[in-house]
Every structure is written in structure tokens, then in C-alpha cells.
Design a protein. Structure first.
Length: 196
């Protein structure tokens, strides 16, 4: 029998739960309108405890952005199909250009990064992680003959990410021209000269 990993400290789990609640409040109200009182109401954690955990509202927001970004990337990696470069690319693409609370937090995070240098640096590191994931999928797909790339995986990953960000906003706003996957799939196929 191996050594069992000790359970996560209760305070650490509680802090993670609070950050999940904070991200949901940010998605609903926007970062500027998110207050300790809002997060306390949704999470059931007193304002005094939130102040103890995070110090001030700005640090709470950045911690929530950080938490949401890490969970997003983790969820995509965990759900990645085991085979098929095209399926792996669509898995990442549909998540990045998706709808719902995660995308709204991402937009708020962008806006915050425009004004906060420290968060901007973290945000750019997260963006680099998404690019690296896409580059890996593109490289595998090129090796498999699924993609007939006209550029290197890193350059194409940047282009795919820009495409996804550009489509993400109209999708989040329920633009009727982007109501199904056809626009996304067609654009990815053309960009990567995907076979099939």
C-alpha cells in the first residue's frame, strides 16, 4: 500500500470555492461592479474572511482571473481527445470560442489586463500556454497529414488563436450569422488546409 496523499487543507479548498464564486460574479456583473459584498452573498463567506484571504478587491479580482484561467486550461487538457488531430483542434477551438460564463470572465480579464501591468504579464503567459497547446496539436496534425500547413506551428497557432478570439465575441453576443459551428469549422479548414 502506497503513501496516501493528505487531503487538501480545508482553508485551501474553501479559498478555491470562493474564487469559483467570484468568477461567476465577475461574469454576471463585470469586474468593475464586483464587490466583496457580492462575492460574500454568493459564496456564503463573510466579507471579513474575503478581506483576510485577498486583502483588497483588486487582489480578489486578479486571483479570480488567475483561478478561472488555470481551470479553463486544465479542463481543456483533461478533456482532450486521445486521437485525431482535427478532433483535438476542434476541442480546443470550441472551448476558446465558446459562450457562457467562462468567456465573459475571459473578456473581463482582457479589459483588466489593459490597465494592470502585473495582470497583463500573467495574462500574456496564459495566452502563451494556449498558443503552445494549439501549436502542439497543429504540429501533430501536420505530421499525421491532417493539416497541410503553409507556416510553422507557432505562427499558425497565433493565427488560430486570433481567429478564435475574433469569432468568440460575436458568438458570445449570439450573432445570428455565427449560430452554428460551420463558420468556425470552415475558417479552421481554410487556415490549416485541413484534409477531408
Amino acid at each position: 500500500m502506497g503513501v496516501q496523499k493528505p487531503p487538501a487543507r480545508r482553508s485551501g479548498r474553501r479559498r478555491d470555492d470562493v474564487l469559483g464564486h467570484a468568477a461567476r460574479v465577475i461574469a454576471e456583473r463585470g469586474a468593475e461592479a464586483t464587490r466583496f459584498a457580492d462575492v460574500a452573498e454568493v459564496s456564503g463567506v463573510p466579507v471579513s474572511t474575503l478581506q483576510y484571504y485577498f486583502g483588497n478587491r483588486e487582489d480578489l479580482l486578479v486571483a479570480a482571473f488567475r483561478h478561472a484561467a488555470a481551470r479553463d486550461l486544465e479542463a481543456v487538457r483533461e478533456g482532450m481527445p486521445a486521437t485525431g488531430a482535427w478532433e483535438r483542434l476542434l476541442h480546443v477551438a470550441e472551448h476558446v470560442a465558446g459562450t457562457g460564463a467562462g468567456w465573459r470572465v475571459w473578456v473581463e480579464s482582457w479589459r483588466w489586463a489593459l490597465r494592470d501591468e502585473e495582470w497583463r504579464q500573467e495574462f500574456l503567459r496564459d495566452y502563451a500556454a494556449w498558443r503552445a497547446l494549439l501549436a502542439q496539436v497543429i504540429e501533430e496534425g501536420t505530421a499525421e497529414g491532417v493539416f497541410r500547413a503553409q507556416a510553422g506551428p507557432g505562427e499558425l497557432a497565433s493565427q488560430v488563436l486570433a481567429l478564435l478570439d475574433g469569432l468568440g465575441m460575436p458568438i458570445a453576443l449570439a450573432d445570428p450569422a455565427l449560430k452554428d459551428r460551420a463558420v468556425l469549422i470552415g475558417a479552421l479548414r481554410r487556415l490549416l488546409a485541413a484534409a477531408g
